[in-house]
Design a protein around this ligand. Sequence first.
Ligand code: IVH
Length: 671
Amino acid sequence: MIDLFSQQRHTELCNEITRHNRLYHELDQPEITDAEYDALFRELLAIEEQYPELVTADSPSQRVGSRPSEKFTPVEHVVPMLSLKNAKNAEDFHEFDASLRKTFLARSEELEYACEMKMDGVAIELTYEKGQLTRASTRGDGLVGEDITENVRTIADIPQILTAPCPEILDVRGEIYIDLADFQTLNRTQEENGQKTFANPRNAAAGSLRQLDANITAQRPLRIFCYGIGRMQGATTNTQVETLQHLEKLGLRVNLKDTTVALGAEAVINTFNDLQERRETLPFEIDGVVVKVNDRALQEELGMVSRSPRWAIALKFPPRQEQTIVEDIGLQVGRTGAITPVAHLKPVTVSGVTVSRASLHNWDEIKRLDIRVGDHVIVERAGDVIPDVVKVLTDKRTGKERQIPLPTECPECGTPVQKNPDEVVPRCNNPQCPAQVIESFKHFVSRDAMDIESLGVKQLKQLLDTGRIRDVADLYLLSKEDLFTMERMGDTLAEKLLRSIEASKNRPLSRLLFGLGIRHVGRNTARILAKRFASLDELAKCTAGQLVAIHEIGDKVAESIVDYFSNQEKKLLLRKLQQAGVEPQGEVVIRQDGPLTGKTFVITGTLSKLSRKEAEELVEQLGGRASGSVSKRTDYVVAGENAGSKLTKAQKLGVQILNEEAFAKLTGSVS
Ligand code: IVH
């Protein structure tokens, strides 16, 4: 039996991780450090290990990175682009080496490893057919990326034509990055032109690659180091180093100079230490060393496990740290009224970026760190993006430091705050609190919700201040004249804004559901609900019992949804939205009476007629559930070609296995 807490936490983690994936991979605006992200991910994996039935195809554990954006055409990677497992220290690496030798290869002699710099940039794939560059794509979720061919064609480092003799087909993988000096210049130019600056070279590279206008990409100083291959037809190499040499001969840029062949774990650790020393003198950012079994036949033998190859690992450098002083601890009120403490720091440069603020997350964290105003602290930029206070230097205290008590009233509206004993932050429960109102609007118009472009915080504030909008439905009643009351609002911009408001009226139901900001309904839950209910009205009629019957919905979420739809004010808001013409598009609804209702499927291996995604959609259209991992509760495993561990597990558990033909018969999809 899954306990409710775990189920609930699992949904929360899926939502959170998916959101952070998106922030990191697509929007280039990460909100948390790599370490925090890793902690969330580990927690998710721990719950899924305990309750494998919670692993759905949607779970972030089943995906690498994030799904591709709708702005670019999707490109399927013929050979999936995998991710790497991380080793935090020498001990982790020794463990990795020992497990390869003992468990998987049963050999006593040392393994030969290729140690490469782990470039801190963006992974891409280049496809060359008969030597001609035909396609470039981002990694996306590892299976499907985004087509960025036109942008990539503008990068001088990347040849359009390979040097002969070249393989019939070649998929090359590499990292796009920006040199540190070029990054500084780019940010200066951005600033001069009044445009947003980038937090670090990686974000700048990611943002530059994902431009809709290739002319902008062309102006960015993008570089590449190629480090691997997907398909390679018409050529063979025996080792990783030979592969790099071969790529170089074809005219591709590789970093052979900084690649070392190391025999055994000790030699790898020495290389790692050397590179860590050299790190500060390099012209570009690296965040560790990628260690790969050099022999390609052994790589083949080792294969992969879930999202990563078994034959490679990333040995990450510890995060960079600096010392500074806490000048103040401020309070921030979020959309749901949660009040979080933020440290205002004496500005300090951590790996090239000025840090002046760091979230302290909650009062448990304040207690754990025992952080006070005036304290000397160590800050870290683990993901080299969002700073984190990791330690207070209590020896440096003078006695003048000031503790920050739990607030008794909301810093924005003065309402007395409440704190539930099971929560780590106090809350302002005033729905009219200006901070909450603006945050709710920001959420509603955000890209993951109604995606109303060009309606930023400034504009929202002005519209709120002048009373032109009071609730989100008012956005749909705005006229051009209303918009003209805003600062610097010309005809063109006003029309653009009205067009994007209009376009948002028919967004998919899941986006509206997410945008409404119902407590505990994140993006994932909103998607799950939209798959079950054809309309808001249908969902509004549902009881908590009916909601909990949905696999992924727990008690807390169900209760919150029922509360929302029975609240008089919310009812009025929904009616107002409807009257204003907001008519979300229904999504693929999972049938409650379909031929596969109640059955769980796992699709594995390659099918010849359908992609895995299509097969999963077919299952869902017929009322079934598509899951990413096999457990006792799986009803069918559909095994295509090269099905691996999932098939073995299904055989072990005695789960019914279907080949493609049997699946086609069962689903009635035989042509
Ligand atoms: S090999 C299956 N080599 O690190 C092997 N990756 O999670 C996959 N990276 O997505 C990658 N430098 O973006 C490899 N020399 C290198 C790399 C490298 C940077 C990035 C790459 C990948 C991520 C690993």
